[in-house]
Design a protein around this ligand. Structure first.
Ligand code: BV8
Ligand code: ZN
Length: 239
């Protein structure tokens, strides 16, 4: 199967943890949504951080440490090639916080759940900054306001990264002949899981590449079951 891309086709891509699996980044489903027995939706939440900031920094520090030396894979690269072919008729929205799309060369991309390699202040609105440090035994504090620093990711119960949804709306607003492609996502987290339904309402053709059939599989016209690193290059190859 190939993505049906014509001269006026606009392609919106949504990726989840599955596209980074072949790079060695564990997915959330792998761990059944648990980390050291903790429910990720609790650890990755404002309440979780307020309740035990050291535990939350341990969770993110371990994930930051696991990202050292991790490289993008053929799935990430296939999306960069498609972006280069389509230009402004392409937009990638990722749920991932691992930074691998940017590392692969994606530029027409929004990180709707933030980026684990950035830290921001919980207490003031100083500019978030690039940070790959790990904090295993203390909670870092802001030198401006002395408030606790936190990973610049969107937690459960927090609104999506500012501008991400606007970018999607702007793209959908001008998309003639829309194609929506989801890759490596279990379709459980909102609002990302609803994008396929939005695309269908806009008359878009919907494609999925995933290792298994996700919760929102019924929204997809075309379903390719298999690893993204193998399936994406074939699906996205130029005619
Ligand atoms: C919001 C950053 C409102 C942090 C993440 C009840 C019902 C419905 C919704 C809700 C509800 N209760 C609460 C909500 C809303 C909530 C939500 O959806 N909860 C879920 C759990 C029910 N959503 C939110 O809170 C969002 N915000 O709604 O705001 C609002 C508005 C205004 C003001 C205040 C509030 C924010 C959600 C963002 C949470 N942050 N990440 C971090 O990373 O630590 S989500 C996090 O989990 C990831 O970013 C990702 O999005 C999600 C995991 O999902 P996937 O990426 O799909 O990964 P998963 O492991 O699940 O699946 C991998 C898939 O890949 C599998 O299907 C597998 O088969 C496949 N796969 C594996 N290997 C491969 C592969 N596929 C291809 N190739 C392979 N090799
Ligand atoms: Zn501060």
């Amino acid at each position: 199967m190939r993505l049906d891309v014509r001269d006026n086709t606009h392609v919106l891509v949504l990726t989840g943890a599955g596209i980074s699996a072949e790079s060695g980044v564990p997915t959330f489903r792998d761990a059944n949504g648990l980390w050291e027995g903790h429910d990720v939706t609790v650890v990755a939440s404002p309440e979780g951080f307020a309740n035990d900031p050291r535990l939350v920094w341990k969770f993110y520090s371990e994930r930051r440490a696991k990202l050292v030396g991790i490289e993008p894979n053929a799935g990430h690269r296939a999306l960069v090639e498609l972006e280069q072919r389509l230009g402004d008729r392409f937009l990638l929205v990722t749920q991932n916080v691992d930074g691998l799309h940017r590392a692969a060369g994606s530029t027409r991309m929004v990180e709707m759940h933030g980026n684990i390699r950035r830290t921001k202040c919980w207490g003031c609105d100083r500019e978030p900054f690039h940070d790959e440090s790990t904090y295993l035994d203390k909670v870092p504090v802001c030198r401006h306001c002395n408030g606790p620093l936190r990973p610049d990711v969107v937690w459960f119960g927090e609104p999506i990264a500012p501008g991400a949804m606007d970018a999607v709306e702007e793209f959908l607003g001008r998309a003639e002949s829309l194609v929506f492609l989801a890759v490596g996502t279990s379709g459980l987290v909102y609002p990302a899981a609803a994008f396929v339904h939005v695309a269908k309402q806009r008359g878009g053709a919907t494609y999925l590449v995933n290792l298994d059939r996700p919760a929102n599989v019924d929204g997809f016209d075309h379903v390719v079951i298999g690893p993204a690193g193998r399936e994406l290059p074939a699906l996205l190859s130029a005619h």
